[in-house]
Structure formats: C-alpha cells, structure tokens
Design a protein around this ligand. Structure first.
Ligand SMILES: Cc1ncc(COP(=O)(O)O)c(C=O)c1O
Length: 393
C-alpha cells in the first residue's frame, strides 16, 4: 500500500503518496512456495482503507468503483461489503459485480456506446442508470430502453492527466445542451452530466476547471427548462508508481472547494467513478527471475515470469512505469540492467532503466501498485497463464 513521505519543494516540506509493497519479502517467499509465481497479492485492508479515505475526504459524494480498473473478486467483494457501488461497462463486468454481491440498483453503466446485447442484458438484469454522449446512442436507447435514467458524458480534456479520457468519448461542451434537449424531446429521463478529467491526473486543479465548465452546462440546461439533478465527477485521481503523487487529501480539498464554489447553491446528487485511486496500491506482484544473460551490447538482461503480455500490460495500455524492488537492495551494490518478460516476443521488455542488484535465478522481486489496468488487460499470449491473484490481509 502507498505510504506518505515528506518531500521538499525548495525550502517547503510537502507530503506525497509513495509506492510501497503490501507484503514483505519473507511473506512473499512463503506465498510463492504455496501458490507459485507470478502472484498478485490483493490486500483487503488496503481496499477498505482507500475506499474509506475517499468517503471521509469527499463527504456527500457517492462512489461507483470503476470495475474496469480491476474486476478482481477480492476487490469487488470488499468494496461491496464496505458500502460502495459499482461502475460497469460490459456484460462481463456486470456478471463480476453480481457475483460479488452488488445488486443492479447499486450499478451505473458508463459505456457511452453500447452493443444492443450489452444494453439489453444489463437492462433486463435491472440496471437503470446509463451514460450516452451522442445522438445515435440516444436513439438506440430511446428505442430499446426508453425508461432508463441518463447521464450525458461531456469531454473535459485536462492538462495534467497521463491518460486523456476525452479522446474517444464525451461530447463537446458546446453540444451538451442540444443533446440534453434531444433526450428530453425523445421522452427520456435525463438526469445529469458525467465528465472525466482524465486518468492519472497529476494536478487536482483540473477538477476545478472542469467543474466550472460543467456548471455552465447545468445553467444552459435550466434555460431550456431541464433541471439536472446528478453530477458525476468521474475518475482520475492518481496512484504512485515510480513517481510519487500528491496525497488524496490534496485532491479532496480541491474537489470539495470547487463543488462548493460552482454547485453549492444547487441541491444535487454528486457521484464519482474512482478506479485506480481505490485499486492500484492494493496489489503487489511477486515475480521470479527465470533467466539471466549478458547481451551482445554488454547489458545484463534478466527474464522474469511476468511481462508486458501479462500483468505489466499496464505499461503498454496505461503508460505506467512500475517500480521493481529487490530484497535488501539498499545494502547490495546495484547495476544498470534490462528486465524482460517471459514470452518469445522481443518487445516484451518491462524496463531498461532501473538499477538492480546482481540477481540470482529464482530470486523474487516485488512490484507494488499492480492493482489497476494490469491483470485486467493481461493476455495469455504465447500460451502463458495469467498471474494468479490471491487475497492477503
Ligand atoms: C468511464 C470510466 N469511469 C471511470 C474510470 C476510472 O478512472 P480512474 O482509474 O482514473 O479513476 C475510467 C477509466 O478509464 C472510465 O473510462
């Protein structure tokens, strides 16, 4: 789980969230002996801690955990028990959420462009809150599911996010009122606006910019006689990887202040779809060194038993730079090396720029913050199994 460290910016001390494993090397050795590697250790207490930190930090906001970040059963069941709701995008995520105990009234469907099968299966299961961002989707939903509650997703590109969640979805802010009116004219229940400042958003101020723009849309809708009652502030809060990030309190302080400034005079329901801020630091990967060679260019290359096609897929799709930790690294000399995954594909290189001690075959490495966009997007390429995920305290 992340730890809070004190950093210095000039002469000022600032607190930052720093990646740290949720198990020790001794625990990793015992778990690896029992379950094998690669092994994803999912901490239930970290899931609870992250959820309650959000609940306490953003009073009055309801949380729909973004199952896409990690639909692992331990994470979903722990969140369900803690009282969280869930954001699903597909029939697969719907089934995972149902299996974890969520009921359809605790779910929000956030895919702005759904297949009829996805839409109808979720609807027939009882889900009634959906997102759209274009007129074609609206007509599809008016035809098949006319009585659902709708949120319009609006694009909000932010300056500081590592992943732009408005590149593919979200209508232009200038189109928003017209799309709301079209929903009303089709007799649909238009309830509110959803937006995302991005994912792995490094500056909390991006929420303030977005919330002030969204308030203009609420006002534009009111001018057309549409009273919006739900504001969905999406996901976006970051997790620490090789770089530390601002604390959750820093984000909550800005969001609370901005909600008060821009929406304090309205009596609305505020919801959020947090993904990685809940799931990322709950999970530590235990991976073993299975090969070692000196390449023709003189660099030492280690092959480990998980890679880009497996849990490190986040490096490809999510642009994540994961920290890789060796036991007692502070007390052993370290050297530049290449760490590569287990497939035969030469693009399967996990990192080229981390210094590690002289590693032995079979030695275990720990990779913290492996809980978001990792095993969720992993494949079995080359006939290799996915990393096993197990719950830990
Ligand atoms: C619709 C939707 N909601 C929530 C999230 C979660 O974002 P994050 O993990 O940055 O909190 C995403 C991320 O892709 C998303 O697409």
């Amino acid at each position: 789980m992340a730890t809070i460290i004190e950093d210095r910016v000039g002469s000022e001390a600032v607190l930052r969230r720093h990646a740290a494993p949720n198990i020790s090397f001794d625990q990793a050795k015992m778990l690896a002996a029992e379950f094998g590697t690669p092994l994803l250790c999912v901490s239930r207490s970290a899931v609870e801690h992250n959820y309650y930190e959000l609940v306490n930090g953003l009073p009055g906001v309801e949380f729909f955990y973004a199952a896409k970040s990690n639909p692992d059963a331990t994470i979903l069941k722990t969140l369900h028990r803690a009282g969280c709701s869930v954001d699903v995008c597909s029939v697969g995520e719907l089934k995972a959420a149902l299996a974890a105990g969520f009921t359809p009234d605790q779910m929000l469907h956030t895919h702005p462009c759904k297949t009829i099968d996805n839409l109808m299966t979720c609807y027939e299961t009882g889900l009634r809150w959906f997102v759209y961002d274009n007129a074609v989707e609206l007509k599809k939903m008016a035809k098949h599911t006319p009585d659902v509650n709708l949120l319009l997703r609006v694009a909000m590109t932010s300056q500081s996010s590592m992943i732009n969640l408005s590149a593919k979805f979200g209508c232009a802010a200038s189109e928003a009122v017209s799309l709301l009116c079209q929903a009303r004219d089709l007799g649909m229940n238009i309830r509110g606006i959803a937006f995302h400042v991005g994912s792995q958003t490094l500056s909390p101020d991006d929420y303030d910019v977005a919330l002030s723009r969204v308030r203009e849309i609420f006002d534009g809708a009111r001018d057309e006689g549409i009273e919006l009652e739900v504001l969905d502030i999406g996901g976006g809060m970051p997790a620490p990887y090789r770089e530390s990030v601002l604390t959750l309190e820093d984000y909550c302080a800005v969001v609370n202040r901005s909600l008060q400034t821009h929406f304090g005079d309205l009596n609305i329901r505020v919801i959020a779809e947090p993904g990685r801020v809940i799931s990322a630091d709950t999970t530590t990967l235990v991976t073993a060194v299975l090969g070692k060679s000196v390449r023709p260019n003189g660099s030492t290359q280690y092959i480990i038993d998980d890679g880009l096609y497996g849990s490190f897929s986040g490096k490809v799709y999510d642009h994540t730079d994961f920290p890789i930790l060796a036991e007692d690294a502070d007390f052993r000399p370290t050297y530049p090396c290449v760490v590569a995954g287990p497939t035969c594909d030469s693009t399967d290189v996990v990192c080229r720029d981390q210094d590690l001690p002289d590693l032995e075959i079979g030695e275990l490495l720990l990779v913290p913050t492996m809980g978001s966009y990792t095993n969720a997007s992993a494949s079995t390429f080359n006939g290799l199994d996915l990393a096993k995920a197990i719950p830990v305290a």
